[in-house]
Ligand binder design. Structure first.
Ligand code: GLC
Length: 432
């Protein structure tokens, strides 16, 4: 039986903390019990952000756990396997420990995740300042190495943007943005699935991961041979925001902020030059050279850039508020343009709303002084979890819960929004 919705803020916060306590394993918070039994890097980022003002020590431990999987070349893997709990694809598939750069005694995946880690560290710093300076100094070199890895080995297009080499690296695994590049993979790799269930690319996902693994996770293989290479506006918007965060953290760690502000400027220029098509930001498929002209929640990633030119911000906000996204849905933010043929209100990343995306866009709105939009995103997201619980995602029309229950980032980010309410009494300016 569904539990009754928690209507008041204290009860909601209490429930969120209980979910996060139950999902904490001692070294990390799993995204959800059962379905996701290991540490997913970007889930941990949102958990750390959410816990920053409630359980600061755990927020820091969460990030340490995610960064403990870092490879010597700087790559932060998207999953860290702290335990032997069965999961596919698990350590046997990834074989990280065969790689000279991977940590010993701690299996990880071989792919990376949206690089929001520095931002999460900055979030903790922003709320606690000097009290967490030691933590900032401790993790700064790892964060700098993560960014250096992206710049050195993932700028496959050579223009300053990082490419993802697998949909799992975007965090938006089933987004229809990847349909075209996935459909272009050799037909022989899939059996019945694709024809029986269009949009089910499970076989492709595993095939792509194995190909990269079988190359020995070699950077030259990625640049020259790997069939999936996409410059994604969300991944790069996140990276840009993380560069700005790293620049602000640099003086705390006794480092020079300039390389990080310069990198942010470089990413901004490349986003505008390569992913903007006049109406919005779209991912670019490096294997065909073409833009993948579908608007999804990922198209709003560049809004996270505080330095984005005003007219671009206005046009993204117009699109976000239009009937193609928030304007027609009862709840923010559908993960795909409602008018697109690929929109499906019930399928992961092809329509449902996700709390982490709402939170990021709430932050982006606040950064650009769009207080009404920020307040609407915050209160409507709280309305979702109040009504349907800490579900994995939500139907954007009626707000009903989808996917698993007791989902960590939904609980954690609700806590963050509740902390804002407490701090300002609610209303405009939340999440600023
Ligand atoms: C799914 C989501 C991804 C998330 C993971 C664990 O794969 O698409 O964003 O990190 O689950 O929650």
């Amino acid at each position: 039986m569904e539990s009754r919705p928690a209507v008041d803020d204290d009860a909601l916060a209490h429930e969120a903390l209980s979910v996060l306590d139950a999902n904490w394993t001692g070294s990390a918070t799993v995204p959800a019990p059962g379905l996701y039994p290991h540490q997913w890097s970007w889930d941990s980022i949102f958990v750390a952000i959410g816990l920053a003002r409630w359980k600061t020590g755990r927020a820091m431990a969460e990030l340490r756990g995610a960064l403990s999987g870092q490879w010597r070349d700087g790559m932060v893997p998207h999953v860290v396997f702290h335990s032997g709990d069965p999961y596919f694809p698990g350590p046997k598939m990834w074989r990280s420990e065969d790689h000279k750069d991977a940590p010993h005694g701690l299996p990880t995946s071989g792919l990376t995740a949206p690089p929001l880690h520095a931002y999460a560290v900055w979030w903790i710093w922003r709320h606690h300042g000097e009290a967490v300076a030691g933590f900032v100094r401790e993790v700064f070199p790892r964060l700098a190495a993560q960014h250096a890895y992206l710049a050195a080995f993932r700028d496959l297009g050579g223009a300053g943007l990082a490419s993802i080499v697998h949909p799992w690296e975007s965090g938006m695994d089933d987004s229809p943005t990847w349909d075209l590049p996935l459909a272009a993979l050799p037909r022989s790799i899939y059996g019945f699935r694709h024809d029986d269930a269009p949009g089910d690319y499970t076989d492709h996902f595993v095939w792509l991961a194995k190909r990269y693994r079988d190359s020995g996770y070699r950077p030259e293989y990625l640049s020259q041979e790997h069939p999936f290479a996409v410059e994604d506006p969300m991944f790069n918007g996140v990276w840009l925001a993380a560069c700005e965060a790293l620049a602000e953290l640099a003086p705390v760690a006794g480092a020079d902020p300039r390389p990080h502000t310069e990198r942010a400027a470089h990413i901004r220029a490349a986003l505008l030059e390569r992913l903007w098509d006049g109406g919005g930001f779209h991912a670019r498929d490096l294997r065909t050279g073409r833009l993948l002209r579908l608007s999804t929640v990922g198209s709003f990633g560049p809004l996270l850039d505080p330095g984005m030119p005003g007219e671009r911000v206005e046009s993204m906000v117009r699109m976000l508020s239009s009937a193609r996204f928030m304007g027609a849905a009862g709840y923010p933010v559908p993960s795909c343009d409602i008018r697109a043929e690929q929109f499906d209100r019930g399928r992961y990343w092809r329509g449902p709303s996700w709390v982490n995306m709402n939170w990021l866009l709430c932050r982006a709105a606040a950064v650009h002084g769009l207080e009404e939009l920020a307040a609407a995103l915050a209160s409507d997201t709280l309305r979702l979890v109040r009504q349907a619980g800490f579900r994995e995602c939500f139907d954007p029309f009626d707000g009903s819960g989808r996917g698993c229950r007791d989902f960590s980032w939904s609980a954690a980010l609700a806590l963050d929004l509740l902390a804002d309410e407490g701090a300002t009494g609610g209303g405009a300016g939340r999440c600023a």
